[in-house]
Write a protein that binds this ligand. Structure first.
Ligand SMILES: NC(=O)C1=CN([C@@H]2O[C@H](COP(=O)(O)OP(=O)(O)OC[C@H]3O[C@@H](n4cnc5c(N)ncnc54)[C@H](OP(=O)(O)O)[C@@H]3O)[C@@H](O)[C@H]2O)C=CC1
Ligand SMILES: CC(=O)[C@@H](O)[C@H](O)COP(=O)(O)O
Ligand SMILES: [Mn+2]
Length: 380
């Protein structure tokens, strides 16, 4: 049996992780559930999954939840200290990082320093602190198992010998605006951007898919997870999201992983690895399906090319791009800026940043804070 702490249990990945736990019989157990302020849902989750601890980032939410759970043997903790304690507890084997945003960096590092396995959904953490996270994982000999569907696909297709790998091919749905002209992109509404053609996800990643920043973040995520040069990472538009990604070997052979657009598969694989558990999730039906592949439109969706440039430069620049994007996407969700303005803000913040090559936590957090402030100034 594996014992889990789930960071972001009330979100899209968090809820699906709990569904995997429910289907796993005795294989998985919950130590802690962590969220920001969704008390109604986390109260239901706590009553159903009996964690030892529930942590709310928000102090008021923690206070309210403490009252609601007072008759149960569940401790309610709060803030970043509470989150860190929930991941380093000795009984925890695996931490599922399903928080959205760079806020996941400190708990991920703390979990690694405490020797925990990471089931990583929170790609922003790896974009902001990739070198530090990967070197900590190596130092502590902790596995980082991908949950992101493309990275799980690549992980499932990888052979042991890294030398024989030629490139990885990350598939992208293209989002709701695949094939749109610049003129059409100027008319994008929040409602349309929140409508992903294939996946039901949280708001932030759904907007990232619509700008293709999600694929840019995933290119950087792949660079760190699989130790691949940027030249060895190719993006291909595949609007059906059936082929989740592919790996090409030096003999020209290509291996792909296919499946329904159901995140419970990669989540379960990260939690069952190295085993594959039987489940009763709906199976992929190929009949009547046409699978197509296209070159990405780098002019219409400049976030992808920007992410390659930023990833290649490295240092504190990926943390800055990520932070500016988090602020710009939030402003778009609040209808304070237009869809096209997201890219303008992120580009401008990146262009103004004095990149530092030292990659300790303090430099990353300073760069992140600076980028958030600068992006906010550009919005107001
Ligand atoms: N959804 C998907 O299918 C996929 C998601 N991912 C990645 O997984 C991560 C989560 O995505 P998703 O589940 O869609 O996001 P959601 O927005 O649905 O959920 C985010 C979760 O994080 C919690 N949270 C947010 N901010 C904080 C904070 N400051 N402190 C503590 N908890 C916080 C939220 O709590 P609360 O409810 O209280 O706000 C919620 O539980 C992202 O990094 C995303 O890129 C990767 C691949 C696929
Ligand atoms: C489910 C998942 O892993 C998401 O990252 C998804 O891939 C987003 O789709 P896009 O390919 O549109 O970014
Ligand atoms: Mn993905």
């Amino acid at each position: 049996m594996k014992t889990l702490t789930i960071l972001g249990s009330t979100g899209s990945i968090g809820r699906q992780t709990l569904d995997v736990v429910r289907h796993s019989g005795e294989q998985l157990k919950i130590h802690a559930l962590v969220a920001d302020k969704s008390i109604e849902l986390i109260e239901q989750q706590a009553r159903l999954y009996h964690p030892e601890i529930v942590v709310m980032m928000d102090e008021g939410a923690a206070r309210e939840l403490r009252g609601r759970l007072k008759n149960l043997p569940i401790k309610v903790d709060q803030g970043m200290t509470g989150i860190i304690n929930s991941v380093i507890a000795p009984q925890v084997d695996t931490v599922v990082t399903a928080i959205s945003g760079r806020i996941g960096l400190e708990p991920t590092l703390a979990a690694l320093e405490a020797g925990k396995t990471i089931a990583l959904a929170n790609k922003e953490t790896l974009v902001a602190g990739g070198d530090l996270v990967m070197s900590t994982a190596r130092k502590m000999k902790c596995p980082i198992l991908p949950v992101d569907s493309e990275h799980s696909a690549i992980f499932q297709c990888l052979e042991d010998n890294h030398e024989t790998l030629e490139k990885i091919i990350l598939t992208a749905s293209g989002g709701p605006f695949f094939g749109w002209t610049q003129k059409q992109l100027a008319t994008v509404t929040l409602e349309k951007a929140l409508c992903h053609p294939n996946w039901d996800m949280g708001a932030k990643i759904t907007i990232d898919s619509a700008t293709m920043m999600n694929k840019g973040l995933e290119v950087i995520e792949a660079h760190y997870l699989f130790n691949m040069e940027y030249d060895q990472i190719e993006v291909l538009i595949h609007p059906q999201s059936v082929v989740h990604s592919m790996v090409q070997y030096r003999d020209g052979s290509v291996l792909a992983q296919l499946g329904r657009a159901d995140m419970r598969l990669p989540i379960q694989y990260a939690l069952s690895y190295p085993s594959r558990w039987k489940n009763s999730f709906e199976r992929l039906d190929f009949r009547g399906k046409t699978l197509t592949f296209h070159e990405p439109d780098l002019e219409g969706f400049p976030a992808l090319a920007m992410a390659y440039r930023v990833g290649r430069r490295g240092g504190t620049l990926p943390a800055v791009m990520n932070a500016a994007n988090e602020i710009a996407v939030l402003a778009f969700l609040q209808e304070k800026v237009t869809y096209l303005k997201i890219q303008d803000i992120v580009e401008k913040v990146c262009s103004e940043h004095n990149v530092l090559d030292s990659l300790d936590l303090e430099s990353i957090l300073d760069a992140d804070t600076w980028a958030r402030r600068r992006a906010a100034e550009l919005i107001s």
